[in-house]
Ligand binder design. Structure first.
Ligand code: ADP
Length: 336
């Protein structure tokens, strides 16, 4: 980027707590980005409505996720942290953009096909148009960069297509087409501890498949000890891990935590079995998570403080969004 400050926008759904996959794959990278760019992070509570939610839980989940992010190092003084639903500019702009996006574009989104599964006809319309709200989430702030994982690349492309078509249709220079942002360190894809071929996820029915931010030290040690592995010792060459997904996953977790390459981890453990590797890995995970968990426990004691952080963040976000939203209304002829 030349001449323009970098502004990063990203969101996370406030469903369930954080797990090691979220932390290593997304949140701890966000934490590092705070020193590289102006950052806005939001709890995507409107996106959460695209599938069934428990209305009695939603507000509490937003607060809990905000506390988890702050405990993990998102600093409300450095970054703008807020709930999406507290900034109506998101859904307002999303409506205008739904009239720019084409059916054909959304029909090509692979995530809808995955998420709706066999019940395409029974899926909510919101689940189908979700990528347009996502486009609004970033375009409303003129985000220059959006941190992306592999499965979200298509959605950034869509946001870029919408931005360019809107600018073109209405002959304005309003929206910035955001670039994917791959920084803040390597994005680790953390796999289930029970099956190296599926990602660690909060929706996995087995709690033993994931390490949660709220797990005790003992639970972490036990989950690592019971993690599925193979009987071979660790190799000295990362290429030899390709056919051993569970071993690769554990080595990858160690590398992501220590900031080393897989090769550097293997240089330390080559020739040793999991009996030696797992205790070292458990120590590393505990050392990473225990301080965050303690901060989370502390933060949860003061809900009013969390709400105050979110309110201040929402106010700042709304101020940043207002001129872009007004520009969009003007462009389509609804405001002078
Ligand atoms: P989940 O899959 O547990 O439902 P989300 O879809 O809410 O998690 O993801 C929140 C963020 O965490 C996203 O940026 C996503 O890419 C990242 N993430 C989720 N699971 C993993 C994982 N196993 N490894 C790496 N990143 C992950």
């Amino acid at each position: 980027m030349t001449g323009q400050a970098m502004r990063v926008v990203s969101g996370i759904q406030p469903t369930g707590g954080l797990h090691l996959g979220n932390l290593l794959g997304a949140i701890l990278r966000w934490v590092r980005m705070q020193d590289e760019a102006e950052c806005l992070f939001f709890l995507a509570d409107l996106h959460a409505l695209t599938v069934e939610v428990d209305p009695t839980q939603l507000k509490a989940n937003v607060r809990e996720m905000a506390a988890a992010l702050i405990a993990s190092g998102i600093d409300p003084a450095k970054s703008t942290l807020f709930a999406q639903s507290a900034v109506p500019a998101h859904p307002e702009l999303a409506w205008l953009l739904q009239c720019t996006a084409r059916m054909g574009w959304l029909n090509r989104m692979t995530q809808f096909k995955e998420k709706s599964g066999k019940s395409r006809e029974g899926a909510s319309v919101g689940l189908f148009t979700y990528p347009v709200l996502q486009a609004a989430d970033v375009l409303v702030y003129n985000a220059t960069h959006v941190p992306v994982e592999e499965d979200q690349k298509q959605h950034i492309e869509l946001a870029r297509d919408i931005a360019l078509k809107f600018n073109n249709d209405f002959d304005v220079e309003l929206f910035v087409a955001p670039e994917p942002y791959i920084s803040g360190g390597t994005a680790a894809r953390v796999m289930s501890l029970r099956d190296g071929s599926v990602k660690m996820s909060k929706s996995d029915p087995s709690d033993m498949s994931r390490i949660n931010l709220t797990d005790s030290d003992e639970a972490i040690v036990q989950k690592v000890r019971k993690a599925r592995t193979d009987p071979e010792p660790l190799p000295d060459d990362p290429a030899l891990l390709t056919a051993r997904p569970e071993a690769k996953n554990l080595v990858g977790i160690m590398a992501a935590i220590s900031g080393e390459s897989e090769a550097a981890v293997l240089a330390r453990f080559a020739g040793q079995g999991f009996g030696a590797f797992k205790p070292a890995l458990a120590d590393a995970v505990v050392a990473l998570l225990a301080p965050l968990r303690l901060r989370l426990v502390e933060l949860r004691r003061d809900e009013a403080q969390i709400d105050a952080f979110l309110a201040a963040g929402a106010e700042r976000a709304a101020t940043l969004a207002a001129p872009v939203l007004a520009g969009a209304y003007r462009a389509v002829g609804l405001r002078a």
